[in-house]
Design a protein around this ligand. Structure first.
Ligand code: ADP
Length: 719
């Protein structure tokens, strides 16, 4: 047979595959994993395409084909699509898929033990311990021994006399099989109909998108479980994406309760072994149900039937570093390629998804009510101009009165402020200096509990200084503004007998601590919980009847085009924590801008009012969903060079109709980790292929080595 050549893509920062010769006798297909030489090294890559014989070029040979399931044609299409759309190097997108080389091999096997079906009636005390405490079985001798508190020799001895059976089993065991036909909750009529409609979508085994648009607590999870069950019945795999901070043990337990098996997890906190296990089981088509954070979208499923994007409006679906992409938008692309269903679920859908649902591109399923007699919380605004808190305080009288009332009834209150630490600013009373991060344009935040001053952009922290670093005055540093620690301190002053706890990513870093605190809250062992964004996602607190929002204006500052939408979404979600069980709830939002459209609509419980005003504004300005945006972020060690290059870049923009370029300008964080930053914003009409435009533009310019240039298609944040 004539020698062929093959294009191999490597999971590295390169935009194109390389050509290699195929040694005679080597059988090769597109998608195969191979080892091939790059420089002095052998690297793992993927066969991207197979070409006719090369005539003029001397090519190096592929060394070896890995005996494993190849990357599917769909996956190759998806990787190419993601790279093209997001202007990202093809190799870097492949790298998001090929996470663990070891996962390509079958799991190693080790000797593991389990009790025989007939356990001898007379057991020595140590063997008794093994039976009682050594499980779950099968397990390795060392693990059994540790759990039972005996030596590993006892385990082996027991196996020798036939009390345990030794087997060669994989180190990474498969996940338990999910059972789609276990009974779930008894659904309300609305829920049942929505669940049925979703199942029908899945049954089509074709590309379709549904927006599951249901108020907080309407049971969206129970409803999409119906679609999950349908896909499982069809023998297909299911991916449920949830925001990273909702990936708690409690969240996963709900899946186990409904399907009788723990789902395969995927998130950044997972250890290497656990990641390898999930990756391998997904690739082999054995893991049926995966629950993961955004990067789970890049797992190489072999027979995907359904993707659910829970809380589809959540900003954590956008990855802002490395390959910049939106997992929500890319999940629709993945489903299109796999010809399967997507469910986007939210109580506060993004305006993009809502517009797609209204135009008929997506099926729109609405759940306007909570099941049973549970009502949505009543939301009222507290105008801080008329109800100013005491000097130096942050809680107004109406808020204090409301907390007093629920706590005296034995119910719970949540005080929400999306600011970690004690105070967002540290100022010197003597010279007016504000403590700033050393390499970033960001103020340091006082964390009183740990006695440190921290930068929330980079994680930099130092001991809280005793003297002002500028004027050296002693004890002159003072804290300005509220963080959760300070609000908790104030609450304790008003309610000295209440059980008050804080929930933020500082105070509850470890998963066990988070769980313990959530359990205490769920059991009613906390009276007042002061929390950040951490408390908003995926928890149900049956005794929580009041939510107080300390600063309803916080997310309105910053001039971001989505500030109103974000504020509206966050506050609906926070308020939605109140009144889950048989007790109605209410929420108070402190604000300086009660007339703001987002806040006024909240108080009236009139989403349509907010949506229509916001959409009209976007339409007038040709902003998404009526127009398109792309951003370019430049950064470099020298401010002038960065600025000059950004300016030059703008002058080299290809000519095109219906495109407007704004900037360069200095973003709110003008310096990050020692690098100076500039941004430009590109706006176009809705039909323009901005990805191609941006890629052509970048292709025309030589980028100096010290400057980093990132393209962000459909930017969500403008920092
Ligand atoms: P959402 O995701 O819409 O906020 P969930 O699916 O989390 O809602 O449901 C909210 C709470 O209501 C959960 O505790 C859930 O168990 C409960 N729930 C939902 N539907 C029912 C039902 N039909 N019967 C009883 N409880 C339900």
């Amino acid at each position: 047979m004539a020698p062929r050549n093959a294009q191999i893509l490597f999971p590295v920062n390169l935009s194109t595959p390389f050509d290699y010769a195929v040694p005679s006798g080597m059988k090769l297909s597109v998608g195969d994993y191979v080892f091939a030489p790059i420089g002095q090294q052998m690297k793992l890559g993927v066969v991207w395409s197979l070409n006719p014989p090369a005539t003029d070029k001397e090519l190096r040979e592929i060394a070896q084909v890995k005996a494993t399931r190849p990357l599917s044609a769909n996956m190759i299409k998806f990787i190419s699509w993601v790279a093209r759309y997001n202007c990202a190097p093809l190799g870097m997108v492949l790298r998001m898929v090929v996470r663990s080389y070891k996962a390509l091999d079958p799991s190693a096997v080790v000797t593991q033990y389990r009790p025989t079906s007939e356990i001898p009636s007379k057991l020595t005390p140590s063997r008794q311990k093994i039976i009682e405490h050594g499980g779950p079985f099968p397990a390795r001798a060392a693990d059994i021994a540790k759990r039972a508190g005996v030596s590993p020799g006892v385990v082996k001895g027991m196996a020798d006399v036939g009390g345990l059976i030794a087997e060669q089993l994989p180190v990474d065991p498969p996940f338990d099989q999910a059972d789609p036909d276990l009974d779930g909750l008894e659904l309300s009529e609305d829920q049942r109909l929505a669940g049925q409609a979703l199942s029908e979508q899945v049954e089509q085994r074709a590309f379709n998108v549904t927006l599951l648009d249901g108020v907080t607590g309407s049971g969206k999870t129970e409803v999409y479980f119906e679609a999950v069950a349908q896909a499982l019945r069809q023998g297909q795999q299911v991916l449920v994406l949830v925001p990273e901070i909702a990936l708690t043990q409690a969240g996963l337990a709900r899946f186990k309760a409904r399907f009788g098996a723990e789902p395969a997890p995927w998130h950044s906190g997972l250890g290497e072994a656990a990641k390898r296990r999930t990756w391998r089981e997904v690739t082999q088509g054995r893991a049926q149900l995966v629950v993961g954070a955004r990067s789970a979208l890049f797992l190489p499923f072999s027979k995907l039937g359904l993707i659910v994007v829970d809380e589809e409006h959540d900003t954590s679906y956008k990855q802002d570093e490395g390959v910049i992409y939106s997992a929500r938008d890319m999940s629709v692309v993945r489903a299109m390629i796999e010809q399967c269903s997507v469910v986007l679920a939210s109580a506060t859908p993004s305006l993009e998804s809502l517009t797609n649902a209204r135009s008929g591109r997506y099926l729109h399923l609405e759940l306007p009510e909570r099941p049973g007699a549970i009502t949505l919380p009543e939301i009222d605004l507290v105008d801080l101009k008329e109800n100013a808190p005491e000097r130096g305080d942050f809680l107004s009288q109406p808020l204090i009165d409301a907390v007093e009332e629920v706590v005296s009834k034995g119910e719970q209150a949540l005080l929400y402020l999306n600011r970690r630490g004690y105070a967002p600013l540290i100022i010197c009373r003597n010279c007016g200096e504000r403590l700033k991060s050393p390499d970033t344009d960001s103020w340091l935040v006082e964390h009183r509990a740990s006695g440190r001053a921290m930068c929330h952009q980079t994680g930099f922290s130092m001991r809280m200084p005793k003297t002002c670093p500028e004027c050296k005055a002693e004890d002159s540093l003072t804290s300005v503004g509220p963080g959760v620690e300070r609000v908790a301190e104030e609450a304790l002053r008003h309610f000295p007998n209440a059980r008050i706890e804080i929930m933020s990513s500082d105070t509850s870093g470890k998963p066990e601590e988070i769980k313990a605190r959530l359990d205490r809250m769920a059991k009613g062992e906390i009276d007042i919980l002061v929390g950040t964004q951490m408390v908003v996602k995926g928890h149900n607190f049956p005794l929580l009847t009041f939510v107080g929002v300390v600063d309803g204006d916080l997310s309105l500052v910053g001039g971001d085009l989505r500030a109103g939408e974000r504020t509206y979404q966050t506050l609906v979600q926070v308020a939605g924590r109140a009144g889950r069980a048989d007790k109605p709830g209410n929420a108070l939002i402190q604000t300086h801008q009660p007339e703001h459209e987002a806040l006024a609509a909240l108080a009236e419980g009139d989403r349509e009012r907010f949506v229509s005003v916001e959409l009209a504004m976007r339409n007038m300005l040709e902003l998404p969903p009526y127009g398109r945006l792309a951003a370019v972020i430049f950064s470099g060690p020298n401010e002038k060079h960065t600025e000059d290059f950004a300016t030059k870049f703008v002058t080299l923009a290809p000519r095109a109709d219906d495109i407007e370029i704004m900037g360069p300008s200095e973003p709110p964080i003008g310096r990050l980790r020692g690098r100076f930053r500039r941004r430009i914003l590109v706006q176009s009409g809705p039909k323009v292929d901005l990805s191609t435009y941006m890629a052509n533009w970048r292709g025309k310019v030589r980028i100096p080595s010290k400057i980093k240039l990132q393209i962000d298609i459909d930017p969500q944040s403008f920092f």
